[in-house]
Design a binder for this molecule. Structure first.
Ligand code: MG
Length: 300
């Protein structure tokens, strides 16, 4: 057990609280990422990227086992609104969906005929479109994938059309796009640029067109990775000293300090008030007095 350290930077964070301790659910990984909680099955899937495996924590027993290995050096995951796992795979340079029967469908592996770099993180919108970031971390070296040159020559944010499967660029002015999250009303999108150490916010039209994109937050501890929102619209971002919490006005209001570099987070449990955090060698959990954002149901 680790003492829970909620650092209050602004009075608006004073009521944010949770367990007095942070629980280490698992350790011994090289770089954990991609926490995805499945409410129906009460388990958490996460990646251990350099070891090319995905692990599964069973909430009913506390046991952790290998879910998939090799795992295409999988990184970020999400659970779509039909309860299916969507995965970013560095090694296979693609985004996939694991169907209810266990088969794996490729959602995207190319743009304009060129192979993607190494998809990093992914979210689904209520229209069924799947949005993902494509930095180069999985092709920069053999550590988190397979070293290769970029065929696209840039690191973009993409949208997969729910009807046609077409892949299109939605954001093309990032150096290393990484974590991404919509607001609960899905009219705005936050995207981290890890190289530039900031998060930007965009307005999103119904057809997925993004405008704006001002810098929303700068990182004061290393750089940013995964992003999730709570149902008050607060923005929780993974950084090197823990999770940073921003008010929707962009103010850093507090942190949940953690002993390892944090890569990502997700909310779980039937009320989305169990916070799961992937951080370097470990996966942590803490029950909190706030709730993860509830997103609208699929509109297809
Ligand atoms: Mg990431």
């Amino acid at each position: 057990m680790i003492k829970a350290q909620f650092e209050v930077i602004d009075q608006r964070f004073r009521r944010v609280d949770g367990d007095a301790f942070v629980e280490e659910l698992h350790t011994g990984c090289r770089w954990t990422e991609g926490p995805a909680y499945f409410p129906a099955g009460r388990y958490l899937i996460f990646s251990d990227i350099p070891n090319d495996r995905m692990l599964r924590w069973d909430e009913t027993t506390g046991a952790v086992g290998v879910f998939r290995a090799p795992a295409g050096y999988a990184n970020g995951h999400t659970v779509d609104r039909s309860g299916r796992l969507i995965s970013c795979e560095h090694g296979n340079r693609r985004v996939t969906r694991t169907e209810h029967d266990g088969s794996v469908t490729v959602l995207a592996d190319r743009f304009d005929g060129n192979r993607l770099n190494s998809p990093n993180d992914v979210v689904e919108r209520a229209d069924g479109s799947v949005w993902f970031t494509d930095p180069s971390y999985g092709i920069d070296s053999d550590y988190e994938g397979h070293r290769a040159d970029s065929e696209i020559g840039a690191c973009h944010v993409y949208r997969i059309d729910p009807d046609t499967g077409a892949v299109r660029v939605v954001l093309d002015d990032f150096l290393r796009p990484n974590g991404l999250a919509f607001t609960p009303d899905e009219r705005q999108l936050y995207v981290a640029d890890t190289r530039r150490k900031h998060v930007r916010r965009f307005d999103v039209a119904a057809d997925g067109t993004c405008t704006g994109g001002d810098v929303f937050a700068e990182c004061d501890a290393g750089s940013f990775d995964g992003i999730r929102l709570d149902d008050a619209g607060r923005v929780w971002v993974a950084a090197h000293d823990g999770l940073h919490c921003f008010d929707p006005d962009g103010t850093l209001i507090g942190k949940l300090l953690l002993p390892q570099i944090v890569s990502n987070l997700t909310f779980g449990g039937p009320k989305r008030n169990h916070l799961f955090i992937t951080a370097t060698t470990s996966v942590y959990a803490i029950r909190v007095n706030f709730n993860g954002a509830a997103y609208p149901p699929l509109r297809n």
